[in-house]
Ligand binder design. Structure first.
Ligand code: NAD
Ligand code: LMR
Length: 386
């Protein structure tokens, strides 16, 4: 179990301390990367009426994989941190995938993205993580048909031990981490536990895809635009035990149940919620694997992008879902990476929605997914040195 953690009631603000191990000018990237002046001038003209902000360095593991291929181009185009923010991408891959990764890097170069301040490709996580501001931890094995995400615990757990150690050694202490590789919550626990010098609140696991899946299903059933659906959330694990909660959700200003019933007068919406909606969101990953023969990639890349964007730029009061370290909120065991309803503020602060009234149904569902995370934690105890 994690021995670190903060007892914070307000916004949790990841450490802003910047620890430069080397200035970027001294690293390989600037030795091999000749800046395209035209690109820089275009960026200034198109996106800024003044100077640019300091380049944000984003490491992506598994850059040659399916998610990486959809994610990298969108980071480089400015969709993650906005159109005024230069980014440098540092891709970490396994040795066998380096040729493929180099091809991806060539394609990134061929897009002439004005905001892209270099792509660095390596099979050495330590070099990949040098001075990074963000780590998007995608690289790991996906499950195949018939597998549960927890079946990946041992294989991917070992990966996240090494990744945590490398982050601890080389990333900035202010580095923010988003774990995508499955089983995401427990991999995040492992990475955080192996990076004791980076504040634990800087580690998060992605349940944004589940959140967005839920929004999509609700909007479709109610016959409204996604924007009308508010205060939906995912609790717990990115697994079939997750709890997609509509108890406070509103659709077009009405309670979700009311809006769904109005749109579907001949159906029992409570039955639809527990018998169709919840299993659909919980099992959507498997349904996609069965349909396309491979796990979700573009939607997962999109969710990762939105998770990081909202973390950095803020949700403007809107509720989203992120798996973050529990400090015991809503009676969840401290130290688990648990998906909560959160709001975020520009600059990287997030806050769990407070004082929610949890009914018996919700309490039971939250307990179920917590128990699964406890069992996963115990199964990887060997990877949790701190
Ligand atoms: P993929 O097999 O297409 O790509 C994974 C890439 O990671 C490969 O290129 C591989 O070489 C690389 N890799 C493996 N181990 C690595 C390591 N130690 N360091 C660096 N790179 C490494 O898989 P994918 O479809 O991109 O999925 C990646 C992961 O994301 C899987 O674990 C999948 O289950 C997970 N996923 C999570 C969510 C979510 O909602 N949290 C959604 C979709 C997929
Ligand atoms: C998803 O939810 O699509 C991913 O976690 C992939 C999977 O294994 O389900």
């Amino acid at each position: 179990m994690l021995k670190r953690g903060l007892n914070v009631t307000g916004f949790i603000r990841p450490s802003q301390v910047r620890c430069f191990r080397s200035d970027i000018l001294g690293t390989d990237i600037f030795r091999v990367h000749h800046k395209d002046e035209l690109t820089a001038i275009r960026a200034e003209r198109e996106y800024c009426n003044g100077g640019m902000q300091e380049t944000v360095k984003v490491a992506v593991t598994g850059g040659a994989g399916a998610i990486g291929y959809s994610l990298l181009f969108r980071i480089a185009s400015g969709e993650m941190f906005g159109k005024k923010q230069r980014v440098q991408i540092r891709c970490v891959e396994l040795p066998f995938a380096m040729d493929s990764l180099r091809g991806v890097a060539m394609e990134l170069q061929d897009c002439a993205f004005p905001l892209l301040d270099g792509v660095f490709c390596t099979d050495d996580a330590e070099r990949g993580f040098e001075d990074i501001d963000y780590a998007l931890l995608v690289g790991s094995k996906p499950r195949g048909p018939g597998m549960e995400r927890a079946d990946l615990l041992k294989q991917n757990g070992a990966i996240f031990t090494g990744i945590g150690g490398a982050l601890n050694k080389w990333a900035r202490k202010s580095c923010k981490v988003v774990v995508v590789g499955n089983p995401a919550n427990t991999n995040c626990l492992i990475a955080a536990n192996n990076a004791p010098d980076i504040p634990i609140e800087n580690f998060t696991a992605m349940t944004r895809l589940d959140h967005d899946r839920g929004l999509g299903q609700l909007a479709k059933k109610a016959g409204v635009n996604i924007k009308q659906v508010k205060d939906f959330c995912i609790w717990g694990n990115h697994s079939p035990t997750m709890y997609p909660d509509i108890s406070r959700c509103t659709i077009g200003g009405q309670s979700a149940m009311q809006a769904l019933s109005t749109a579907n007068p001949d159906e029992d919406m409570q039955q639809w919620y527990t018998g169709e909606f919840m299993p659909c969101v919980q099992q959507r990953g498997a349904a996609i694997i069965n349909a396309r023969g491979a796990s979700s990639a573009a939607s997962a890349g999109n969710a990762c992008l939105m998770h990081a964007r909202d973390w950095e730029l803020g949700t403007g009061g809107a509720v989203t879902s992120m798996a973050i370290p529990s400090n015991g909120e809503y009676d969840v065991t401290p130290g688990l990476f648990f998906s909560y309803p959160v709001t975020t503020q520009e600059g990287g602060a997030y806050k769990i929605v407070q004082n929610l009234n949890i009914d018996d149904f919700s309490r039971q569902k939250i307990k179920l997914t917590e128990n699964e995370l406890l069992a996963e934690r115990d199964a990887v105890a060997e990877y949790l040195p701190h």
